[in-house]
Design a protein around this ligand. Structure first.
Ligand SMILES: [Zn+2]
Length: 335
């Protein structure tokens, strides 16, 4: 004898379906057959030493387009002035604050010599590989020390091998990139690094990647504020445009949801724009541009460079051991 409750259920379903207009049934069928999993991917890009006021007055159509549906905000580096977290507005210090989500009093990188980084504060690649070793990682960089020293890729104490594909070290290739006083070779390496990251992103779609471009800071040190720096920023924007195009291509072709974050590691001094390292407003003031559609209030409330790591983690949906996440100095700006 059939179960009466099943009969009742069948009857209810039949009646329910009967009253649904056919077009709804059709669209529901289409929705159920096209439902697919969307894979989150992230790429963060550090472009060196560009003050917020400079990027805001320079023509940067590609970054503008990238941020059009996401956002652009002024942000800061340097920790809290006068507190334990105060950190020099120096390149490697800033990169490592992004990579670890902590200030220099924890990650222990106070200058570009990177003598004794504290690998107990895990970087974003270590966190990613720990959460899921099958996730693919990549690094494209004009400065090799980012991989070998800051990330300590391959070192046991830094979590072993974390970068599946890297493209760096060209500053040591004097044959291909002979060093010149005007730093044209760095401009050329930036170009190469950008092209390769665009190619690799399109072809391989790594789950997490870092692109680092240096030339803007070199021009800042040589010329300070002015036409040369604006031109270097404009050129950087074209490089970013190529990477952004790659991301758009991936999203068109695959079921992927990409987060792109572009930022800088410090501003420059207010007098000449030639130096940085101190705690003046202009040296501390940075900026973040992103395509994220899920920005929360934190993004519009002067985020810090240490907020980028928890934001990427949120986007990728990574599980982080609490003893690591408890040490983060930042908070996500992505819901
Ligand atoms: Zn720098």
């Amino acid at each position: 004898m059939p179960n009466i409750s099943i009969l009742l259920t069948l009857k209810t379903i039949t009646r329910f379906v009967f009253f649904i207009p056919p077009v709804f049934i059709l669209s529901a069928c289409i929705a159920s057959t096209t439902q697919v999993e969307i894979t989150p991917k992230a790429v963060f890009i550090i472009v060196d030493g560009i003050p917020a006021d400079v990027i805001e007055k320079t023509h940067t159509p590609f970054i503008d387009e990238l941020a059009k549906n996401g956002g652009y905000a002024r942000s800061y580096v340097g920790g809290e002035i006068g507190a334990l977290t105060q950190s020099p507005t120096v390149s490697a210090v800033g990169y490592n604050s992004l990579l670890t989500g902590t200030w220099a009093n924890k990650h222990n990188v106070y200058d570009n010599s990177i003598d004794d980084p504290n690998y107990q504060y895990w970087d974003i690649f270590r966190i990613t590989k720990n959460a899921d070793p099958t996730l693919n990682t990549a690094l494209f960089s004009t400065w090799e020390d980012n991989r070998t020293r800051l990330l300590g890729d391959g070192l046991k104490e830094a979590g072993g091998n974390k970068i599946d594909y890297y493209f760096d070290g060209f500053e040591h290739d004097l044959k291909r990139f002979p060093h010149d006083n005007s730093r044209e070779y760095i401009k050329n390496i930036d170009r190469l690094v950008s092209q390769e990251s665009a190619r690799y992103l399109i072809e391989q779609g790594p789950d997490l990647s870092w692109v680092y471009l240096e030339f803007t800071d070199d021009v800042g040190h040589m010329f300070g504020d002015g036409q040369e720096l604006s031109e270097a920023v404009n050129l950087m924007d074209k490089n970013i445009g190529e990477i952004w195009e790659a991301v758009k291509n991936r999203e068109r072709q695959k079921n992927e949801h990409w987060l792109v974050v572009v930022t800088t590691d410090h501003g420059r001094d207010a007098t000449t724009g030639k130096s940085h390292g101190g705690q003046s407003d202009r040296e501390r003031t940075t900026w973040i541009a992103t395509n994220s559609l899920n920005l929360n209030q934190n993004f519009y409330n002067a985020p810090a460079i240490v907020d980028i790591l928890p934001s990427i983690i949120n986007h990728l949906g990574l599980i982080v051991p609490s003893e690591i996440s408890d040490q983060f100095d930042g908070h996500t700006f992505i819901d």
